[in-house]
Ligand binder design. Structure first.
Ligand code: FE
Ligand code: FE
Length: 273
């Protein structure tokens, strides 16, 4: 074979070997089992209870630095994620490094670094179904854009007609701030950081797992003008959250100083968790 054919041949083989679709969900596997647990137990009343519990906890909680929280993440592997088996600190750094590489503003790089810190809830004893996975509004009709939609038939709210009209307990274009979502790391972290970061960063953190909206626009009827403007950032961020996932880990020691400085630009030494 002529040398350039050999090169092309190996490029094609390499492409076939590394080509990898993200967010491919199938049945009879641990991710599907996870979503069965998630969808059957995330009721409106569960969500209201958890929001109240953690708003109180954050008001009196133990103090920890953002970097310490990142190191805690090193013990966690997300059961809902079909795309990475690396510890969560690697997902945090890979997301942030890709945003940094592409020249995005510092607040967005920081958002990449910390966006999943709410998964610390697992270390507080919460089951994974109360922490990770795609989020969706509760208190109104589910849409079939929600991943593993059929499992929702086993959620008690499915059988409550008041909660299954299009708007449920909400009103048209009331704004997502008034909507309760399945509880997890997004809402928890939003409550932890909301006094320290720009609105755009807080918004991305709060809705980054709302795939039914950022991929399918399935809840336009609940969005207000503020949400519509902010979703630009959520959609941009989502590509970094997903496509930065790589089996090759980042050398933490090489980037630690940069990220510690970035954290101190926005946060005090310690915050409440
Ligand atoms: Fe997340
Ligand atoms: Fe993430």
């Amino acid at each position: 074979m002529a040398p350039h054919y050999v090169g092309t041949f190996f490029m094609c083989i390499t492409h076939l070997l590394v080509a990898h679709e993200f967010r491919e969900y199938t049945f009879n596997n641990p991710v599907a089992d996870f979503y069965y647990q998630h969808h059957t137990q995330q009721t409106l009343s569960f969500v209201l209870r958890k929001k109240e519990q953690y708003q109180k906890q954050i008001a009196h909680a133990k103090q920890m630095s953002v970097w310490q929280a990142l190191e805690y993440l090193n013990t966690i592997v997300d059961e809902s994620d079909p795309d990475t088996r690396l510890p969560q600190i690697q997902h945090a750094l890979q997301t942030a490094e890709k945003l940094r590489h592409d020249g995005h503003p510092r607040w967005l790089i920081l958002t990449g670094l910390i966006h999943d810190l709410g998964k610390l809830l697992i270390t507080f004893g919460e089951p994974q179904w109360a922490v990770v996975g795609d989020t969706f509004p509760v208190g109104c009709a589910y849409t079939d854009s929600i991943i593993y939609y059929d499992y929702l038939q086993n959620n008690p709210d499915w059988h409550n007609p008041i909660l299954q009209t299009k708007y449920g307990i909400y009103s048209p274009h009331c704004g997502l701030d008034k909507v309760h979502f399945s509880f997890g790391h997004d809402e928890y972290l939003y409550q932890v950081v909301k006094d320290y970061l720009p609105d755009e960063a807080c918004y991305v953190i709060r809705y980054h797992s709302f795939y039914a909206q950022h991929q399918r626009n399935a809840y336009n009827h609940l969005l207000n003008d503020h949400d519509k403007a902010m979703f630009h950032w959520v959609k941009l961020f989502q590509t970094y959250d997903l496509y930065s996932k790589d089996a090759k880990p980042i050398d933490i020691d090489q980037v630690k100083t940069y990220y510690q400085e970035l954290i101190t630009e926005f946060f005090p030494d310690k915050i409440s968790w």
